[in-house]
Ligand binder design. Structure first.
Ligand code: TLP
Length: 351
């Protein structure tokens, strides 16, 4: 058995493939702020094509992509509707409030979905006292909802309500390729109804850096200004884009493996004492479960770490594990064995 840690903290820990490293070393470069990096331009064209949008812009991260994406749809003082479990709401350092002077209004997230009727009720009618509702944000797959997947009908249902009221829709599609693979559809079928989408190259697709924001041509022109304002004008960024092109061309189909490993992990964990988890809900590469055992989430995380298995805490009684490129079936078996070792020990000593 290998001594290497089984790192299930995130798919952000993935390392670039040998083909990516070669492409980075050999990339044709120019100054991207002048629009002259041919490799960035190729990546942006490819990203626009995959998402079915007119244009795209390479950004430094998912967080920058969402912030630039939101700013490009809104004015200071507007209100943005997001799910109460959205990454934008929980993990993006209140960028919308700090940089955009935007008010976020939350509606319930259930299995990654927003209830269209609740969204409609949250859209403000014109009134001198109200902020203007200018945007609704969706997330697919949904991180805090355990990698839940939205299909095109669900996205359409929310987008139809927003558009009926003249409100735009931004999709945080950090893991949209996982959603597409889980559903067996092309990404553009999931992005057809949204006005903009951010997706990440540096998660399951294993590129070292970068995300892409896609949308209409004029919208992406606006986004380029906000990207520059936020320090995202990256000059010879073709070294990053080169890996991104390899990611899009070679790393999408293999996401199936990550999903199978996640399901296997969930099935193995669900049987253990003190774990509450429905493996049927695990459709992509994120496994989130509750720990009812007295050890708690922080205690389980530490005990697993001592056994060479790394994960993250998602709440006092909640753990997250993420499968990715570099995690193989044997790692999943090791993780399950380690969790069994800890939790069976806890159950026996509690008797
Ligand atoms: N998520 C990270 C952490 O921030 C929690 C992770 O390990 O999952 N949207 C979604 C849905 C994300 O999961 C993330 C990253 C982002 C946006 C932000 O991307 P980065 O980390 O590139 O800024």
């Amino acid at each position: 058995m290998s001594d290497r840690a089984v790192d299930l903290r995130s798919d952000t820990v993935t390392l670039p493939t040998p083909e990516m490293r070669r492409a980075m070393a050999n990339a044709e470069l120019g100054d991207d702020v002048f629009g002259e990096d041919p490799t960035v331009n190729r990546l942006e064209e490819l990203a626009a094509e995959r998402t079915g949008k007119e244009a795209a812009v390479l950004v430094t991260s998912g967080t920058q992509g969402n912030l630039v994406g939101v700013l490009s749809h809104t004015q200071r003082g507007d209100e943005v509707i997001v799910g109460d479990q959205a990454h934008i709401f929980h993990y993006e350092v209140a960028g919308c409030a700090v940089v955009g002077a935007l008010q976020l209004r939350t509606v319930h997230n259930v299995d990654g979905m927003l209830d269209p009727a609740e969204v409609e009720a949250a859209i403000r009618p014109p009134n001198v006292h109200h902020p203007r509702t200018s945007l609704v944000c969706l997330e697919n797959t949904h991180n805090r909802n355990g990698g839940a997947v939205l299909d095109s009908a669900q996205i359409h249902a929310v987008a139809a309500v927003a558009h009926r009221h003249g409100v735009s829709v931004h999709l945080d599609g950090a893991r949209i390729f996982n959603a597409a693979v889980a559903l067996g559809v092309e990404v553009h079928t999931l992005t057809a109804e949204v006005d903009s989408v951010t997706f990440c190259l540096s998660k399951g697709l294993a590129a070292p850096v970068g995300s892409v924001l896609c949308g209409r041509k004029d919208y992406i022109e606006t986004a380029r200004k906000y990207r520059k304002m936020l320090g995202g004008g990256m000059r010879q960024a073709g070294v990053i884009a080169a890996a991104g092109i390899v990611a899009l061309n070679t790393m999408v189909d293999r996401l199936v493996e990550d999903h199978e490993n996640a399901r296997l992990l969930a099935e193995g964990l669900a049987d253990l004492p003190g774990i509450v988890l429905d493996p049927k809900k695990v459709r992509t590469n994120i496994v989130i479960f509750d720990v009812t055992a007295p050890i708690g989430a922080a205690g389980l995380l530490m005990a697993l770490k001592e056994r060479g298995v790394l994960c993250t805490v998602a709440g006092p009684e909640r753990i997250r594990m993420v499968t990715h490129y570099g995690i193989v079936r044997e790692d999943i078996e090791r993780a399950i064995l380690a969790a069994r070792d800890v939790l069976v020990g806890v159950a026996v000593s509690a008797r």
